[in-house]
Write a protein that binds this ligand. Structure first.
Ligand code: GDP
Ligand code: MG
Length: 597
């Protein structure tokens, strides 16, 4: 295809502003799918994604559109993941196209992820077309939102396209804007092959499928290719496009977006952002900006029933086939037995994997407290990454500890600003900026990721009745006074409950954890002391009193069904318990003990 007849674009938006609905409409209007095939939100094809209304893995679609000028264009849409955990994947997807549609809900206006995403698009030099969606809503205020886009983002919004992705109003105007306002790609067909690896996933029929954007040269069947960063070589089996059906093609030329398969067994060789080149005639330099995705949050996953360990190993291996950014290694815990230490890009990523293991593979899991990656500087000068608080070396060998920090941007209606500032201060935040974007405050804080990783987002949502939006990026590692706090149940340390905490917070944190555990662990026939300790020093304690009577005693023996129900309930509850020494700890205690509210 002639480069001047290609347009490559992404849609950037805050969650729920209508990105998926618009993508569906574009596919429908250009005839990519028949009405019968047109189910809602075709691009969000995982059940979980649909339920949560988020897009996890980037998808792409190639559309054919005959414009009002009579010419036919190939429009390639790359869908980007909408969550901060996947910021690097968003950046790479955006770098693979020349322009973006900036979708803003005309009743809501600019939100934190609107800003984060549009700044990413600006960073990769995109031409940006503002699109105001949901103008069918009575609360839509397109004129006010145009002003807001100009004030806050500094983009000219005078020619914003007004649409309703729901009713289909204005969709042709969007297509015309793509053709007329976004630039065509540039590239050299004769040059050595350079293609960006945008995404990859495992397909049961094709093996690993690699989504690519060709920059120079071309890709065809039978070609020997090389992944430059992974240093892996393969032979191309298939070349194709998603229309959104899979359609095989002869070649993918400069400016085009499509997929290849090459009998790749492992996604480990297919890193997002890597450059694919020709083995016989390699490009001299790789495309800029490659860095492998690094997990930042680790936690332990253990089967509730230790007999399910092999099933868990199997399931984790299968998920990993589809997700190169997810890491795991075997772990043994005194409290929980055999399991895996797993690394994730963030908390949402963790949740997704955990839910898929439980739902798709039917494995009951115990999740231990998520922890960030600490840098331990030993007295001998060596740096060691700490993924698990249980592995912390003896403090006498540690010179100092560094933890990851983030820069967080929060947008919130004025009424809730005080509560948000208080929350950030409680979490050791350092305020960087406070400005107004229309009637909303925009606060920028630097925060230790450790303080955010656990329940910050939930707390933020609850103190602002859901009105705050939040986004963050990692800014680096900083030294601080960090210590390991252990929890002792019945005098024994429970490794799965150990956490790394700032010394100034340890006592308060320990007290809350002990109180929580007192509620979470049922009474036994004996007294159970619960203690929080740093090294050998106990900093908080609670005691669970001994059980006095049989639980069923309060049923007065009269009602047999009620008694049986209670016993059944107890039994069902038991399945979710973990024996630890003489004490039974409910499986959810390992995570709930950490919540701070
Ligand atoms: P995404 O998170 O940006 O992908 O947003 P979705 O496309 O999933 O849309 C979020 C919600 O807004 C869904 O319930 C849609 O049905 C609804 N929605 C999308 N576009 C419109 C629109 O133009 N008008 C109205 N009233 N609702 C819309
Ligand atoms: Mg969506």
């Amino acid at each position: 295809t002639d480069l001047s007849h290609i347009r490559n674009f992404s849609i950037v938006a805050h969650i729920d502003h209508g990105k998926s609905t618009l993508a569906d409409r574009l596919i429908q209007v250009t005839g990519g799918l028949s009405d019968r095939e047109m189910k809602e939100q075709v691009l969000d094809n995982m059940e979980l994604e649909r339920e949560r209304g988020i897009t996890i893995k980037a998808q792409t679609v190639s559309l054919s559109y005959t414009a009002r000028n009579g010419k036919t264009y190939q429009l390639n849409l790359i869908d980007t993941p909408g969550h901060v955990d996947f910021a690097y994947e968003v950046n790479r997807s955006l770098a693979a196209v020349e322009g973006s549609l900036l979708v803003v809900d005309a009743s809501q206006g600019v939100e934190a992820q609107t800003l984060a995403n549009v700044y990413q698009a600006i960073e990769v030099d995109h031409e940006i077309v503002p699109v105001l969606n949901k103008i069918d809503l009575p609360a839509a205020e397109p004129e006010r939102i145009k002003e807001q886009i100009e004030d806050v983002i500094g983009l000219d919004a005078s020619e914003a396209v007004l649409i309703s992705a729901k009713t289909g109003l204005g969709i042709e105007d969007v297509l015309e804007a793509i053709v007329n306002r976004l630039p065509p790609p540039e590239g050299d067909r004769e040059a050595a092959l350079k293609a960006m690896l945008v995404d990859s996933w495992y397909d049961p029929y094709l093996g690993v499928v690699v989504l690519v954007r060709v920059v120079d040269g071309s890709l065809k069947k039978g070609q020997r290719i090389r992944m430059m960063a992974a240093k892996a070589t393969y032979t191309v089996d298939n070349v194709g496009k998603f229309t959104p059906h899979r359609q095989m093609v002869e070649t993918l030329g400069p400016g085009e977006i499509g997929f290849i398969t090459a009998s790749i067994k492992e996604v480990a060789d297919t890193n997002v952002g890597d450059t694919i080149t020709d083995e016989k005639r390699p490009a001299e330099t790789a495309l800029p900006g490659f860095r492998p995705s690094q997990p930042v949050v680790f936690c332990g996953l253990f089967p509730v029933d230790s007999a399910e360990f092999e099933d868990l190993r199997d399931a984790i291996g299968k998920l990993r086939l589809n997700d190169a950014s997810f890491e795991f290694e075997m772990e043994t815990s005194a409290a929980l037995g055999f399991g895996f230490r797993c690394g994730f890009l963030g908390l949402l990523h963790l949740e997704i994997i955990r839910e898929r293991l439980e739902r798709e593979f039917n494995i009951d899991l115990i999740t231990t407290a998520p922890s960030v990656v600490y840098h331990m500087y030993r007295t001998d000068g060596e740096m060691e990454e700490l993924h698990n608080p249980a592995d912390m070396p003896d403090p006498v060998h540690i010179d100092h500890i560094e933890e990851p920090w983030i820069k967080a941007t929060i947008l919130v209606p004025d009424d809730y600003l005080g509560a948000v500032l208080k929350l950030c201060e409680e979490r050791r935040g350092i305020q960087q900026d406070l400005t107004y974007a229309g009637n909303r405050a925009m606060v920028v804080y630097e925060l230790p990721l450790n303080e955010v990783v656990f329940d910050f987002y939930d707390r933020l949502k609850s103190i602002t009745k859901g009105y705050a939006s939040f986004d963050y990026q990692i800014i680096g590692y900083r030294q601080d006074d960090l210590v390991r706090m252990q929890i002792l149940v019945n005098e024994e340390p429970v490794d799965a409950l150990a956490i790394i905490v700032h010394r100034s917070k340890a006592e308060a944190r320990g007290r809350v954890m002990c109180e929580k555990l007192k509620e979470l662990i049922p009474r036994h026939l004996f007294k159970i002391p619960i203690q929080a300790a740093i090294g050998g020093r106990v900093i908080a304690r609670e005691t669970i009193g001994a059980m006095r009577k049989d639980v069923t005693a309060k049923c007065y023996g009269g009602d047999a069904t009620r008694k049986r129900k209670l016993l059944e309930k107890q039994k069902a509850g038991k399945k979710k318990m973990r024996q630890f020494g003489r004490v039974e700890i409910p499986q959810d205690a390992f995570i709930n003990a950490l919540k701070m509210d």
